[in-house]
Design a binder for this molecule. Structure first.
Ligand code: HAM
Length: 393
């Protein structure tokens, strides 16, 4: 999470904390024909008889906050939040999962699509992940969409006999959702279905072209996924998903998102475009584990303070170091020198500061470089500077 925050704040995204639950209608709007809303939402009534639901995803809440508070545009935010979906739990699919994500509201500029996509790609890269693919599609604007829906509906009508009963039913509500079907029986008809990219209006087509050339310009590899529709209703134009090769096909989505240019209007605000992504923390960690990405231990602190007098030196020294911006930790419970040394070793710290009876009496501290076990005794008041120098800061 800290890595994510650092990564997106560098690009001008500020922290936003969406509420855990919302009015049912706010959430229902993002997926009237989707499983996420229709079958998986935890709904309840509060003491005032209001119909509420636990948030199944973050975008609706962020957009509701935008509509209510109208911050200056573009409004770029990030979040880390639990989401709730009553799915059948299995590895990589949970009833409470956690997402890190961003939403950027207020411009239709395709360069923003590139920024958002490459932020997620950069985050995965920073973590050390390599075995994943970016799948890209455009769902067009309302003009292109209605023509495409006609073509899709006609295709499914013509092949109704080969579709599952569920897919036939879905096709009457929203034929796009049929493309999301994982049932084997529907696979053949879906493979032959018309593709959105062939129906894009000039404007949506030019937008999509610019997104692709932008991704190439910043070196983000992608593959076209003409049948990618995603599990929520609000998507328009650019949609994308990152799939990890190391995870099973049903749970390999480690992050996904897209534009939702019509959502603000649906919530009663003037039309305001937006784009974002959500990335599942649990699945991302599973992919990291599968690739052995965290094998090399990363140190959590720079300095470990060992105090075998009474702990007061450790208390004061760690505080001073932290105030000076140095990551520092210590042992508690007045443990033995040996036990504290062991803990210092495990902490991954580059430097151990040791205060024993002798140092306490002399007003000194022993500075030990953990890598080569060399050490020197320095005056107490020079400790912070010596540590900084030792850490090259
Ligand atoms: P989503 O694709 O439904 O999109 O979820 C985003 C990510 O959350 C998935 O790629 C996956 O990593 C993780 N995820 C979803 N459901 C589960 C689950 N049951 N168990 C574990 N992980 C899960 C959204 O939620 C959109 N709000 C993304 C977005 C933001 N689009 C635009 N802005």
């Amino acid at each position: 999470m800290a890595r994510f925050a650092q990564h997106v704040e560098r690009a001008g995204y500020g922290l936003h904390i969406p509420p855990m639950f919302e009015h049912y209608e706010v959430l229902a709007r993002v997926g009237e024909s989707t499983d996420i809303v229709q079958k998986e939402m935890y709904e309840f009534e509060d003491r005032g008889g209001r119909r509420l639901a636990l948030r199944p995803e973050g975008t609706a809440s962020v957009m509701r906050a935008y509509v209510e508070h109208r911050p200056t545009l573009p409004w770029k935010v990030w979040y880390v939040a639990p989401n709730f979906r009553a799915e059948a739990p299995q590895a990589g699919r949970y009833r409470q999962h956690h997402q890190v994500g961003v939403e950027a509201i207020g411009t239709l500029d395709p360069d923003l699509d590139v920024e958002v996509i490459s932020l997620l790609d950069g985050f995965f890269r920073d973590l050390g992940l390599r075995g994943y693919r970016l799948r890209l599609n455009s769902l067009g604007d309302p003009t292109s969409r209605s023509q495409y829906l006609e073509a899709l509906r006609a295709h499914f009508d013509a092949h109704a006999g080969d579709l599952s009963a569920q897919a036939r039913q879905t096709a009457t509500v929203n034929p796009l959702r049929v493309l999301d079907s994982k049932r084997e029986q529907d696979a053949g008809v879906i493979a032959g279905a018309p593709r959105m990219v062939d129906y894009l209006s000039d404007d949506a087509g030019a937008h999509f072209e610019r997104v692709q050339s932008g991704l190439r310009a910043v070196g983000v590899a992608y593959e076209m996924a003409p049948l990618l529709v995603r599990g929520l209703d609000y998507y328009t134009r650019t949609t994308f998903e990152f799939a990890a090769d190391s995870l099973g096909a049903a749970q390999n989505g480690i992050g996904g998102g897209g534009r939702y240019d019509g959502l603000a209007e649906q919530m009663g605000a003037p039309a305001t475009p937006g784009i974002g992504f959500g990335s599942g923390i649990e699945r991302t960690l599973m992919a990291c584990d599968a690739e052995g990405v965290f094998a090399a231990s990363t140190s959590a602190v720079d300095v470990f303070v060992i105090d075998v007098v009474d702990g007061t030196h450790a208390l004061v020294l760690t505080t001073e170091l932290r105030r000076a911006g140095v990551r520092a930790d210590r042992a508690f419970d007045q443990r033995s020198m040996k036990a504290q040394m062991k803990q210092a070793d495990r902490s991954g710290a580059a430097i151990a500061l040791i205060v024993g009876e002798q140092e306490a009496a002399d007003g000194t501290v022993t500075l030990r470089r953990m890598a080569d076990a060399t050490q020197e005794t320095i005056p107490r008041e020079k400790v912070v500077d010596a540590v900084r120098e030792g850490l090259n800061r």
